[in-house]
Design a protein around this ligand. Structure first.
Ligand code: ARG
Length: 432
């Protein structure tokens, strides 16, 4: 009766969880399982992945090279937005999920599947991102999350795999839960669960210990074209090559480590470690080009948008109407964000050496303190300030005695007073 089983497309990583899930969905839930593995930069061996999926009982195993899609459709707009969750996390995992969800939906449509499935647990953000994104793209599709449904812990999963003859990767189990793609590597659990504990070196894979990084550091130059990085040290590079190379270069100098106590959507505070060398460098550099090319009020408003964008992305609302509207705003700000940034990466730190742009709003003849070159109209300052300060003067003259500023501060600060007047007797020159 196999031909009557409903189809389910499972996001498949090849690890223990999703391997067991293929078997479980087939035998406990009666699905015909099709797997989808999206390569966002970490898939080493696509054929091996496909073999594993088929061996576990999948009837077809799709592998999609989604690296470029990931960068151009998800990462680049977020870089332009300047989105960092809680001001620090460049959102690598959070940006990958909506893309995988969208690919799941597309394969489900192609194959006439009734359901999609993912291997996320009930405590994390990733389940939110999958479930909500699939709902936004295909409200009629059922979403199955085996790890939320089955009552197995890790050792039960290993036993289940052994009982059912599933090949589980023989590598030593990492003490951490890790998710990685081109934009960053997320590390959690194990000893990291104590926020007081310094992250051990074995938690890191992309970055060297800053204290052991080369003393001389490295100078890099990034070129942006309308808010997107296109050249590294003068060399034109495709997005995937640029990010891959920058991850290696910056990682070798210990740049890109982030230790974050973050607030999950499900209400839990969680200690997370990230390695995101390219993301950290590009975010830093992009801000510098914007500092030259965007107007003050746009910069300020854009910071609000960045925060909102980060939260929407983190919370799994990538496909919401608000995120799309914000994208229209962000896109409209990037037309002149073209220019170069020169940085010194050294022992975990980024130091700015310089920035330039053909559309720079910086004008030396306005900024300079050299009298001869100065074109700023000094005479206008007085009139400008007369009007700019008018509301405060008005209020002070009418309500001044009620304002906090009417309480003298002088009484509460030690004061020294030196008196002028006729030359003093040299004998008491040192007296105050
Ligand atoms: N806390 C990060 C986030 O919510 C990373 C999650 C990492 N996922 C994982 N399965 N290890 O985006």
């Amino acid at each position: 009766m196999a031909e009557h089983r409903p189809r389910c497309v499972l996001a498949f990583s090849g690890g223990l969880d999703t391997t067991v899930a293929v078997h479980w969905l087939t035998h406990e839930r009666g699905f015909e399982v099709i797997t989808l593995s999206a390569d966002l930069g970490e898939t080493k061996d696509a054929e091996e992945l496909q073999r594993r999926a088929l061996h576990a009982g999948a009837t077809a195993a799709h592998v999609v090279d989604a690296k470029e899609l990931f960068l151009t459709n998800f990462v680049w707009p977020s870089l332009q937005a300047g989105a960092l969750y809680q001001g620090v996390y460049p959102l690598a995992t959070a940006l990958g999920r909506p893309l995988i969800a969208r690919l799941l939906v597309e394969v489900a449509r192609e194959t006439g599947a009734a359901a999609v499935a993912h291997g996320c647990t009930a405590k994390g953000n990733d389940q939110v991102r999958f479930d909500v994104a699939v709902g936004a793209l295909a409200p009629a599709l059922q979403v199955v999350a085996p790890l939320r449904d089955w009552q197995m812990g890790r050792s039960e999963e290993i036993a289940y795999a052994a009982e059912n003859g599933l090949a589980v990767r023989a590598t030593k189990e990492s003490p951490y839960s890790i998710d990685a793609n081109l934009w960053g590597r997320s590390v959690e659990t194990g000893v990291l669960e104590d926020p007081w504990v310094e992250p051990p070196e074995d938690a890191f894979d992309w970055t060297v210990d800053p204290a052991r990084a080369p003393e001389a550091g490295l100078v890099v130059e990034v070129h942006f074209e309308q808010g997107l990085p296109t050249r590294l040290d003068g060399e034109e590079l495709a997005p995937v090559d640029l990010v891959t190379r920058l991850n290696v270069l910056a990682g070798a100098h210990g740049v890109g480590r982030i230790d974050h106590v973050e607030d999950r959507l499900v209400g839990i505070k969680s200690r997370e470690l990230y390695e995101a060398p390219a993301a950290v460098v590009l975010d830093f550099a992009h801000r510098e080009v914007e500092s030259l090319t965007l107007a003050r009020d746009v910069l300020r408003f854009k910071r609000l948008v960045a925060d909102e964008w980060a939260q929407l992305t983190y919370d799994g609302l990538w496909f919401s109407a608000l995120r799309q509207s914000l994208a229209a705003f962000v896109g409209s700000t990037q037309h002149f964000v073209t220019g170069d940034v020169r940085l010194h990466l050294r022992q975990g730190a980024i130091r700015l050496l310089g920035r330039s742009s053909p559309s720079s709003l910086y004008r030396r003849e306005l900024a300079t303190y050299e009298r001869a070159e100065d074109q700023f109209r000094h005479q206008s300052a007085e009139g400008f300030l007369n009007i700019f300060g008018l509301p405060l003067r008005t209020q002070a003259s009418i309500q001044g005695n009620l304002l906090e500023e009417s309480i003298p501060l002088l009484k509460s600060a030690p004061r020294g007073i030196a008196q002028g007047g006729p030359p003093a007797d040299p004998a008491d020159a040192d007296e105050p």
